[in-house]
Design a protein around this ligand. Structure first.
Ligand SMILES: C[S@@+](CC[C@H](N)C(=O)[O-])C[C@H]1O[C@@H](n2cnc3c(N)ncnc32)[C@H](O)[C@@H]1O
Length: 294
């Protein structure tokens, strides 16, 4: 008989009750903790672990319009090279572990996590792999469920992720909200954060149109790491140019980025009328390793 030559994708068994932090057990169509708190699994297959007291607005996170714009833009493949770098970085971190849990913290509409799962599924290691896709936006998580049913999709916050302490091997934080203390608690000793951030020239051509003045300084990861209990293991940079050649594609990119909402009315109107534009993609990747508890 042939041995299983591929990674074994399993459901996440490390979800935690957002109220008391106890382990959640999957029973029928619910997750239940030992203190009797119950969370229904929605018909789309996700679970909402964001209690009302953790919400800072009625519908936190990206709106349905932003989520839809992001899906339409990402599906054109312009950011595919970013996903390819992340996939390789993750694979490098999975040595020969038997059980690996990866969390995408602020996973958006699931584009990158779906690409990662498809990439890792073909790997020949005998690893039990579970993936937790977490986002505070219910609309983003509903969209994510359409991309892949084998990922455990969860509505929740990066501030207090509903996941058991020391149960995660790798956390992806892509263009999102880094919550370094909370992430440290979730990671196993030696666990990693893969941080993906825009670098100074990212989308500079669009920014020149929508802002009167363009800032060119990007965040220094070294400042972030001071006294954090993490060390910088590796950095990588990706830089390329692409022509966006339809008004729809340009508008989807605008609507999915925070720039659109920060821009002046005139800047926004000028950008929305564009029929084509050459843009720079400029992205930094950092692999951080947990060296001590937060
Ligand atoms: C710029 S988008 C990036 C999405 C995805 N990582 C990507 O690159 O396509 C940021 C995401 O973070 C989510 N978000 C914002 N605050 C959050 C929080 N406190 N916890 C979890 N997700 C959050 C938003 O809903 C949104 O989906």
């Amino acid at each position: 008989m042939l041995a299983n030559l591929f990674m074994n994708i399993i459901d996440a068994h490390n979800l935690a009750c957002p109220i008391d932090g106890k382990s959640l057990e999957h029973i029928d169509k619910q997750f239940v903790c030992e203190n009797g708190h119950t969370y229904d699994i929605a018909r789309q297959g996700y679970v909402n672990l964001l209690p009302v007291q953790y919400k800072r607005s009625k519908e936190p996170g990206d709106s349905k319009v932003m989520v839809s714009a992001r899906t339409q833009f990402l599906d054109t493949g312009v950011y595919q090279p970013i996903g390819a770098v992340v996939n390789e970085l993750v694979l490098e971190q999975i040595i020969n572990d038997k059980d690996v849990c990866i969390m995408d913290a602020g996973c958006g509409e699931g584009y990158y996590f779906n690409s990662l799962l498809n990439f890792l599924s073909d790997d020949s290691r005998e690893t039990n792999l579970s993936l937790v896709g977490l986002d505070i936006s219910k609309d983003a998580i509903i969209q994510s469920t359409k991309r892949n049913k084998r990922i455990s999709w969860v509505v929740g916050t990066n501030r207090q992720p509903p996941v058991l302490e020391k149960s995660v091997d790798i956390i992806l934080c892509m263009f999102g909200f880094l919550s370094i203390d909370a992430f440290s608690k979730l990671l196993k000793p030696g666990g990693k954060i893969i941080l993906v951030e825009p670098a100074s020239r990212h989308l500079q051509e669009l920014r020149k149109i929508i802002y009167p003045e363009v800032r060119t300084k990007s965040l220094s990861v070294n400042n972030l790491l001071k006294d954090s209990g993490f060390s910088l293991l590796k950095t990588e940079a990706l830089h390329y140019n692409v022509k966006l050649s339809s008004n729809d594609q340009i508008n989807h990119l605008l609507v999915m980025t925070p720039h659109f909402y920060r821009a002046s009315k005139e800047g926004r109107e000028a950008a929305c009328k564009l029929q084509e534009i050459d843009i720079t993609i400029d992205v930094n990747f950092s692999v951080l390793q947990k060296t001590s508890d937060a």
